[in-house]
Design a protein around this ligand. Structure first.
Ligand code: URA
Ligand code: URA
Length: 255
């Protein structure tokens, strides 16, 4: 019932996303002025950085190697502004993997995901289904804090997608839960808003020859801190998650 209590904590993370860059309508040709770069432009072009990320992800044959690979990655400007790589927390052998959007200030300071207010609510959501960080693995789509807690840009998400895909393939949980619309849209083939697609199950293919994994999106804890009435839907989602975690494939002896 913790999920249906009306006790919002002050909400401080997740400011509105900056406006999307306007499409470049400048003339091209010999007399066109060069396109100036913005501070959030990655050091490499996005396409080059995606190729570099894919190569790094492909090379990692363990979670430790993936973490070391990420620590050496410099294809994103947020790598330079962040204090720490925020790789994961919890139990890498867990059946349940929670995936958020990107670290905030406290996560960046500690180098651990979901340790601020959103993380405290996430811990209570997990506790409601008898889970804790001892039997849950936790990461984010983007492993470095975007400055000022802005949302990661589409380019940053594209560059980080090979990392989280390999992260999922190596951890090989039974279920992944995407917290919020940014994480949901990053990995699921969805086009509606999260209020429509939350609670709907997908088979996520992490590639790298790994088996597909049951995947579902739910509301982000930061959203629940602002809109506590929506905890009811998250409770319904986590009841389904709990049921699927304890179900056994047909034919398997359950004790
Ligand atoms: N929000 C997220 O999406 N991830 C974190 O790690 C913290 C807050
Ligand atoms: N919008 C989001 O981005 N995430 C949610 O969880 C809900 C609304």
């Amino acid at each position: 019932d913790v999920l249906v209590q009306d006790d919002p904590l002050p909400w401080s993370q997740h400011r509105p996303a900056p406006a999307a860059p306007k499409p470049n309508t400048q003339a091209t040709g010999p007399n066109a002025s060069p396109v100036t770069s913005t501070p959030s432009t990655p050091p490499l072009g996005t396409a080059e950085a995606v190729v570099a990320a894919q190569a790094l992800a492909a090379k990692a044959s363990s979670l430790d190697e993936l973490r070391t690979g990420l620590a050496s990655f410099d294809g994103l400007s947020i790598v330079k502004t962040a204090q720490n790589l925020v790789f994961s927390d919890g139990n890498p052998s867990a059946d349940l993997m929670i995936i958020g959007e990107a670290p905030g200030r406290e996560e960046d300071e500690k180098g651990l995901p979901f340790v601020g207010q959103s993380g405290q609510l996430l811990d209570r959501i997990l506790a409601a289904i008898g889970h804790s960080r001892d039997n849950t693995y936790i990461s984010n789509i983007v492993n470095w804090r975007p400055p000022g807690n802005r949302k990661p840009t589409p380019g940053e998400i594209e560059i980080c997608r090979p990392f989280i895909a390999k992260h999922i393939a190596l951890a090989a949980p039974k279920i992944i839960v995407l917290m919020g619309d940014t994480a949901g849209k990053a990995l699921l083939p969805v086009t509606t808003g999260i209020t429509k697609y939350r609670g709907q199950w997908h088979d996520y293919d992490p590639g790298h020859g790994a088996a597909t994994i049951q995947a579902v999106a739910s509301f982000h804890p930061a959203f629940l801190l602002r809109s506590p009435a929506r905890k009811r839907e998250v409770w319904l989602d986590f009841l389904q998650i709990k049921a699927r975690l304890s179900s056994h494939p047909a034919g398997e002896v359950s004790d």
